[in-house]
Design a protein around this ligand. Sequence first.
Ligand code: HEM
Length: 161
Amino acid sequence: MSLSQVRKSQKGSVLSRRQIEGLIAEGRKIIVVDGKVLKVDAWLRFHPGGDKAIMHMVGRDATDEVNALHSAGARQRMDLYQIGRIEGRWINFLPPIQGGKYRPLMENAEDEGSESDTEQESSSLENYGGLETPPVFVIRHPPRSLPSTWTISTQNRSYLV
Ligand code: HEM
């Protein structure tokens, strides 16, 4: 699928990881919820939870956050923003607001979509010590009085800092 086709993609079309990366590189605010690819640019400024909540989920699977924080009505509304779907499991990118870097797609590059998901040296896969989802807080330099390895628990997850 070429870049212009990716921009016009339909709800049912499968978008590759590379294509989604390209859209985010263009500044689109893309999140994944329940395998659906949502482009939420137009919704950001109306979001009752604020734009930052969503900006921190760009490039990530927000299914857990969406299910935990939203009414059935709000979840239904999300379908309005669907531009496609993914196949298989989603590996989170690091959101741009957290410093993630994304590679643009080239105009007229028909084969971009088939690019392997393993070609990610320059893109921004999250890396939180092997964890897929980032903790709410990462303390990189604990005060001297704390042990050098300090475990923080947030909800059901623990993080070594
Ligand atoms: C298209 C995507 C989204 C839509 C349409 C949407 C819509 C809404 C709506 C209507 C509410 C008000 C409560 C309700 O009716 O359930 C809400 C609240 C909230 N949303 Fe979203 N949301 C979206 C994505 C997200 C994402 C990705 C997050 C990530 C964390 C998020 C975080 C929150 C939070 C924290 C609140 C709570 C606000 C509060 O109770 O103070 N939302 N959202």
